[in-house]
Design a protein around this ligand. Structure first.
Ligand code: ZN
Length: 288
C-alpha cells in the first residue's frame, strides 16, 4: 500500500460508521456519462430545469423526445466495480447508508441494501396531477407508439436518460399523458431547480448525525442538495473524506481529499477491509 492508500485505510479503521454520498463518477464506467468535466464545468448543454418542464409544453416535448432515445442506455446499464466496492464496504460494516445523487438504481442492482435515491429514480414516472405511478418501460412503449418517426434514432445519451435532439425534431414529439386523469407525467426524479421531498432530506440528515463521518465518492458537489451534507458534517466536527477525480465544491473543508485515481484507490482499500467486529468512534476531530 502506498502512503495515500494507507491513510484512507487508517480513516476507515479509526472511524467505523460512514455515511456515503455518491455521484455520477461512480456510474461513468457503466456508460452513463457525467454532467461535468473534472473542473466542474458543463460537458454539454445545461440539463432540463424543473420550472421549464412544468411550464412549457415544448420543454416537455424536448425532454420526452430525448428521453425516449436516451432511456434504453440507462435501462440497460450494468453496475461496475465501484458499485461492488460499495457493497463490500457495506458488508464490512462500515457504511450505514449510501445517499446517491444518481438516478440509475445501479447501487441497488449491485446489491447495496441501504440506499437513498436523493434525486429520485429514472425507472419510474409519476403524474403531477393525480399522483398515479408508471414504470418507465411502460411509458417507453407508449412513447414509441406515439412517435414512430423517432424510433431507432441515434443520439448522444446524457446522464439523466436524456439525449441530444434538434429543435425541428422536438416539434413533432407527441407526449403521453396520464391514462387515469389526462394529467402531466414527469419522471420520478428531481430536476435541477426542483425540490427534494422534505422527509427524504431529513432521513439523510438523521443518518449523518448517527454516523462517524461523511465519505463522498465520485461527485463534484456542485449541486447544493449534496453539498449541504458536507457542511453539516463539518458543523458536527465529523471527518469529511472526498474521493473524486477532479475539483469539488467542498475541497477546502475536507479532512482528506483524494484526487488522482480516487475510485481505484477506494476499490483497492475496500477489497482489503476486514469485517468490523466492534464500533467505538473517537470523539471530535480538527478540520482544516
Ligand atoms: Zn393522473
Amino acid at each position: 500500500m502506498d502512503k495515500i492508500t494507507s491513510q484512507l485505510a487508517e480513516f476507515f479503521s479509526l472511524y467505523p460508521n460512514w455515511l456515503v454520498l455518491t455521484g455520477a463518477g461512480i456510474s461513468a464506467d457503466s456508460g452513463i456519462p457525467t454532467y461535468r468535466d473534472t473542473s466542474g464545468t458543463w460537458l454539454r448543454n445545461r440539463p432540463i430545469q424543473h420550472q421549464e418542464f412544468v411550464q412549457q409544453r415544448e420543454s416537455r416535448q424536448r425532454y420526452w423526445g430525448r428521453s425516449m432515445i436516451g432511456w434504453p442506455n440507462v435501462r440497460d446499464a450494468r453496475c461496475n466495480a465501484n458499485h461492488s466496492a460499495l457493497v463490500d464496504f457495506e458488508q464490512s460494516g462500515r457504511s450505514t447508508l449510501v445517499i446517491t445523487q444518481n438516478v440509475d438504481r445501479l447501487h441497488q442492482a449491485a446489491g447495496s441494501q441501504n440506499v437513498i435515491d436523493l434525486h429520485g429514480r429514472l425507472d419510474r414516472v409519476v403524474c403531477l396531477d393525480c399522483g398515479a405511478g408508471y414504470e418507465r418501460d411502460r411509458v417507453q412503449q407508449e412513447l414509441e407508439e406515439l412517435n414512430p418517426q423517432h424510433r431507432g434514432f441515434e443520439a448522444m445519451a446524457r446522464p439523466d436518460g436524456d439525449a441530444d435532439l434538434s429543435a425541428e425534431q422536438v416539434r413533432d414529439v407527441n407526449i403521453w399523458d396520464c391514462e387515469v386523469c389526462g394529467g402531466m407525467l414527469k419522471p420520478d426524479v428531481v430536476f435541477f431547480g426542483g425540490t427534494i421531498p422534505r422527509e427524504r432530506v431529513t432521513r439523510c440528515q438523521e443518518a449523518l448525525t448517527a454516523a462517524d463521518g461523511l465519505l463522498v465518492i465520485g461527485s463534484s458537489l456542485q449541486v447544493f442538495s449534496g453539498f449541504r451534507f458536507c457542511r453539516q458534517a463539518v458543523e458536527q466536527r465529523k471527518p469529511l473524506v472526498i474521493l473524486n477525480e477532479g475539483t469539488t465544491r467542498a475541497d477546502e473543508m475536507a479532512t482528506l481529499k483524494i484526487n488522482a485515481h480516487a475510485l481505484s484507490l477506494f476499490r483497492e482499500v475496500t477489497s482489503s477491509l476486514a469485517p468490523l467486529m466492534q464500533s467505538r468512534p473517537p470523539q471530535g476531530i480538527n478540520h482544516g
